[in-house]
Design a protein around this ligand. Structure first.
Ligand code: ADP
Ligand code: 5GP
Length: 188
């Protein structure tokens, strides 16, 4: 049987990667992470082929031109991210459910492309103040990058209603539990 697609979006700093990390530890969900391509440089301990396929801006553009992406977006000015066709086929073809971390526009495009095969989940921060706290405490972004991410957050929040479900990441355990239940119901 072909696997399903789970799309997770949230303003940067909400805790989406943390939630996804916990979901991935539940074997009953049969999740495999979709590794996106990006034109940004690795951050902290990130490794090529693990968090992202890190491409130069030129290589990213070349792959856009040769039609290798299901979707791609310039998420931040000058920085592109995209989902490779090969990545979707590799995972869903093996019967696993593909979990994706994409921006809000990418999520809408994936839903349009895959319809009922995809479940879109929007994760909300408890408040904008807490979002800023989390971005700072993560200790991975420059002031400039934090400002860019906060500036984008209001725009991203305006998409929340267009997702299949919304989950608030206040208590991490509750957010993981609610997400796991939604995925189990969807992918059974
Ligand atoms: P995102 O992937 O959405 O950009 P991260 O998963 O990197 O966000 O989380 C941002 C920061 O917030 C990290 O330092 C993480 O440990 C912390 N965090 C995640 N979820 C919670 C939560 N429920 N309560 C408090 N801190 C959290
Ligand atoms: P970060 O630089 O914090 O890792 O990610 C920045 C943003 O890029 C996040 O909002 C994330 O959801 C988005 N993103 C990551 N991969 C993709 C992708 O393949 N496609 C799209 N459209 N957005 C992505």
């Amino acid at each position: 049987m072909k696997g399903k697609i789970i799309v997770v979006s949230a303003p940067s700093g909400t805790g989406k990667s943390t939630v996804i990390g916990h979901l991935m530890q539940r074997p009953e969900l049969r999740l495999e992470f979709s590794i996106s391509a990006t034109s940004r440089k690795p951050r902290g301990a990130e490794q090529d082929g693990r968090e992202y396929y890190f491409l130069t801006p030129e290589e990213f553009r070349r792959r856009v031109d040769t039609g290798e992406f299901v979707e791609w977006e310039e998420v931040y000015a000058g920085t592109c991210y995209g989902t490779l066709v090969s990545e979707v086929e590799r995972v869903t073809g093996s019967g696993h459910n593909l979990i994706m971390d994409v921006d809000v526009k990418g999520a809408m495009n994936i839903k349009k492309h895959f319809g009922d095969q995809a479940l879109t989940i929007f994760i909300l921060p408890p408040s904008m103040e807490e979002l800023e706290n989390r971005l700072r405490s993560r200790n991975t972004d420059t002031e400039e990058s934090i400002a860019k991410r906060l500036e984008k957050a209001d725009f991203e929040m305006s998409f929340a209603d267009r997702f299949d479900i919304r989950i608030i990441n206040d208590s991490l355990d509750d957010a993981v539990e609610a997400s796991a239940k939604a995925i189990k119901d969807f992918a059974k």
